[in-house]
Design a protein around this ligand. Structure first.
Ligand code: GLN
Length: 309
């Protein structure tokens, strides 16, 4: 039998090779707080189902979770309205950029999935029902903190403000869906909540811990936050839609459900085995972390992790 390299060695190696690659992609440019992040950073963290944790590189540095937060938002919305969510948003990959408006007109204001911006805005609008934005965001933060077992997870106000000031296209998506009766609140309220949701900061270690709610059965982790069925479904969405028009490529290269954000973070799950977070702020042409994707590919290969085993 082949000897298995210890996890810490695998992560250190990934950090020393892929993490130092000079070809790092480009940071998101739409707000200074993302554009000015040091491109040379790289972190990776793994929480195994047996409770052991490992990390390497800048894994304790907080970064903007951006669209990775959509994983927690959809869990919260499903907790609130259950399958009712699916009357407002679909479960199909869009094959288009995360902020595309194209399919919305053809499909009468019902976004393809909860991980593209339009679908995430509807998801936010769903968990916002019956509360103020502050209460709703409090509920979301509580979910993330409970999942990570860490109360030191916060919303970055400067990022939230920047998001709001540059959200013209997201507002367009929100108003368009409102015209089709698929937005319950004033777009200003829903978008304010959505922009704060995108601005949750987490380190790789915090994100990997938060992702354990999808893993199930993690040693030492408290009661399940979502049912097994729901966790499976969220992972199915991550697999098919988590990287936008790059989802097929991520599935092909990594073989694990994952969700990316323009802050350069990726959360991936090796079902039953591990929750993995990686961060490198430079993005590829799909708006997904360039080195993050490469690191996930290398880690999955080294551990022989794949949903297709
Ligand atoms: N805040 C970004 C937006 O709404 C999030 C997009 C992303 O991370 N892909 O456009």
């Amino acid at each position: 039998m082949e000897a298995v390299t210890p996890m810490q060695e695998v992560l250190d190696h990934i950090n020393a090779t892929i993490g130092q690659n000079p070809d790092r992609g480009k940071t998101a440019s739409y707000i200074p707080d993302l554009a000015n992040v040091d491109l040379n950073q790289f972190g990776i963290a793994v929480c195994l189902a047996d409770g052991r944790e490992f990390h390497a590189g800048d894994a304790l540095t907080p970064f903007s979770s951006q669209s990775v937060s959509k994983v927690f938002a959809v869990a919260l919305a499903l907790g609130k309205v259950g399958d009712g969510l699916w009357s407002r948003v679909g479960r199909e990959p869009s094959g288009l950029a995360f902020d595309s408006i194209m399919l919305l007109e053809r499909e009468n204001g019902r976004p393809r999935n909860p991980f593209i911006n339009a679908g995430a805005i509807v998801t936010t609008d769903t968990y916002l029902a019956g509360s103020t934005p502050k209460e709703a965001l409090g509920g979301l933060l509580r979910f993330v903190r409970d999942a990570a077992e860490d109360s030191d997870i916060h919303i970055n106000d400067a990022v939230a403000r920047g998001e709001m000031e540059t959200a013209d296209r997201n507002f367009a998506l929100a108003y368009y869906m409102k015209s089709h009766g698929n937005l319950s609140h004033d777009p200003q309220l829903t978008m304010g909540t959505y922009c704060h949701q995108c601005a949750i900061d987490m380190s790789c270690v915090q994100l990997a811990r938060a992702g354990r709610f999808l893993l199930g059965g993690v040693k030492g982790l408290g009661p399940r936050l979502v049912s097994k069925t729901r966790a499976r479904r969220i992972q199915a969405l991550m697999m098919t839609c988590g990287h936008y028009d790059g989802s097929g490529d991520f599935a092909f290269r990594v073989g694990l459900p994952g969700k990316s954000g323009v802050g350069g973070g990726i959360l991936a799950i090796a079902p039953g085995k591990a929750s993995i977070a990686v961060w490198s702020p430079g993005l590829n042409s799909y708006g997904n972390s360039k080195l993050g994707t490469e690191a996930m590919e290398a880690l999955a290969k080294a551990q022989d992790w794949s949903v297709f085993n």
